[in-house]
Write a protein that binds this ligand. Structure first.
Ligand code: ADP
Ligand code: ZN
Ligand code: MG
Length: 491
């Protein structure tokens, strides 16, 4: 992680928009599956704001928002409501957005992050629900998206449910901001609240950043938008730290404003002065009843919570005796964690299974461009394979080959082992001695050097051992091969 230099203390607070995993929009029954659809076909009178229509709250969005709130250790409110946030921009057909303002659904939580092994708690101010806006498209005559003389609007996304998670200004470096987003995304995925994909816009980050004054008071903040990867969040913040420091060094003041990150140029550009709440003329949304969540319902949400990332990490370290690094990789995605657990349940020793899932399974998945959920190698097949390695019935070289075959062709373990040319049992005793003799007689010069005591460092002997392993297709145990060789050469 790059260490950023700043003369002045850095203060960062993030606003993260997460698209909630519902099948329909927040206030109508249009689908949330809008990507790739013909513009303005995924709409209805409600999300197009035809006069006389009324919004109806999507209960699943309320449940998912509550779930995420609980994951963030927030208090779920028994009573919350919606406001109209007015702004005049064509991506909003109503000219206002329905959002939670005074009374959000979840308040006062935190999430723990870790930077270079040092834990840190980032406090959450609140989580609120709101509807997404449509999308503006700025075409040109030749179809490129710059320099348009007119704009087009696509309302397909308008009304899709979002939860906005507002942190306190608790982060003090771009690396912390990145880690915060990573943890938040992991939590959302564990909870099935959102797919958390930044590329498709399911997770969007607005970053607020200021440099503190000499007396320790907070400086003027700037809001940065338009970062669409973890890397660009870090880069935008780094750029802004240096820009603000330079500006303050030359005696200028920081203007409170919204700036856009330009990923290609690597700079932020002023977009507009920061609006204040009064610009939005918030007022209560009278067409919607308040959201009422009883204590019983909150208890139900709580008891329906799955194991959370930090709980899983603790359990894996405790039950499987794995290192922090191994645990971090295995629990990064809950699907991989489940796969690993299934391999262990099927009888594989935890340590070796961890190694195989972490290294070989990941390698094969990467090579064949597949995810763990549609991986052809069942946990029980991998467990059998790992057991064979553990019992020295298969060398790891052959086992890797077998795994490749299993993953690509989805055949049985037996067949994959046969295909590798190895027998499923270890080569020992006479069979091993036979190979040793064959290797020795094929390399008389080397044998001579060893026998005459010139192989001081044992390199030649190792060379012969390698040949034996190769000849047996890795079916011999390396130690046993060495012992058989030594005996053969009278060492
Ligand atoms: P607004 O009313 O403009 O939405 P908020 O007070 O709700 O402002 O804060 C929005 C975000 O800005 C929060 O994530 C908060 O942590 C962050 N923030 C507030 N003050 C600062 C500051 N001085 N420096 C950096 N971030 C800040
Ligand atoms: Zn609709
Ligand atoms: Mg705010």
């Amino acid at each position: 992680m790059s260490a950023v230099k700043s003369k002045r203390p850095i203060v960062i607070g993030l606003e993260v928009h997460l698209q909630l995993n519902t099948s329909t929009k927040l206030f109508c029954s249009c689908s949330t599956d809008y990507i790739g659809k013909t513009p303005n076909t995924n709409v209805c009178p409600v999300c197009l704001a035809i006069p006389g229509t009324l919004p109806i709250i999507n209960d699943r969005a309320v449940a998912l928002g509550s779930r995420m709130g609980l994951g963030l250790h927030c208090v779920i409110q028994n009573y919350s409501n919606f406001h109209r946030k007015n702004y005049f921009y064509p991506d909003l057909p109503k000219a206002y957005q329905i959002t939670q303002y005074e009374l959000p659904i979840a308040t006062g939580g935190y999430i723990d992050i870790e930077i270079d092994g040092v834990p840190k708690r980032v406090k959450i101010d609140h989580l609120h629900l709101e509807e997404d806006a449509g999308k503006l498209v700025h075409p040109t005559a030749d179809g490129r998206l710059t320099g348009a003389a007119y704009s087009l609007v696509d309302y397909n996304r308008g009304g899709v449910p979002l939860s906005e998670i507002v942190s306190e200004p608790d982060m003090s470096s771009p690396a912390e901001a990145r880690e915060y987003v990573v943890r938040l995304r992991q939590l959302a995925r564990y909870l099935d609240v959102s797919d958390g994909e930044m590329e498709s816009g399911s997770l969007r980050v607005d970053a607020n950043i200021s440099l503190s004054n000499a007396d320790g008071s907070l400086g003027t903040r700037v809001e940065i938008k338009n970062m669409n990867s973890l890397k660009s969040i870090e880069r935008a913040l780094e750029y802004e730290i240096s820009r603000q420091n330079k500006s303050l060094d030359t005696g200028n003041r920081i203007v409170q404003e919204t700036r856009l990150w330009d990923d290609a140029e690597g700079v932020t550009r002023s977009m507009r002065n920061k609006e204040t709440a009064s610009d939005y003329r918030y007022y209560p949304e009278m067409d919607l009843a308040p959201i009422v969540i009883t204590d019983d319902e909150i208890e139900k949400f709580k008891s329906g919570m799955p194991e959370l990332p930090w709980e899983k990490r603790e359990r894996f370290a405790r039950d499987f005796g794995l290192s922090k690094e191994e645990v971090a990789i295995l629990t990064d995605q809950k699907e991989l964690a489940k796969y690993y657990e299934d391999v262990v349940s099927a009888g594989a020793p935890p340590a070796r299974a961890a190694n195989w899932v972490r290294m070989e399974v990941q390698r094969v998945l990467h090579e064949i461009g597949c995810t763990i959920t549609n991986f052809k190698v069942s946990p029980s097949a991998l467990a059998e394979l790992v057991k064979k390695i553990e019992n020295k019935d298969l060398s790891s070289t052959v086992a890797k080959e077998v795994l490749d075959t299993l993953a690509r062709e989805g055949i049985s373990l037996e067949d994959a082992i046969k295909r590798s040319g190895a027998s499923s049992s270890r080569l020992t005793g006479d069979a091993l001695n036979e190979v040793v003799s064959k290797v020795a007689s094929a390399n008389p010069d080397v044998v001579e050097v060893i026998k005459s005591g010139q192989d001081k460092k044992g390199g030649k002997l190792k060379f012969l051992q390698g040949l034996v392993m190769k000849e047996t297709r890795g079916q011999a145990d390396a130690g046993e091969a060495m012992a058989a060789l030594s005996k053969k050469l009278g060492l």
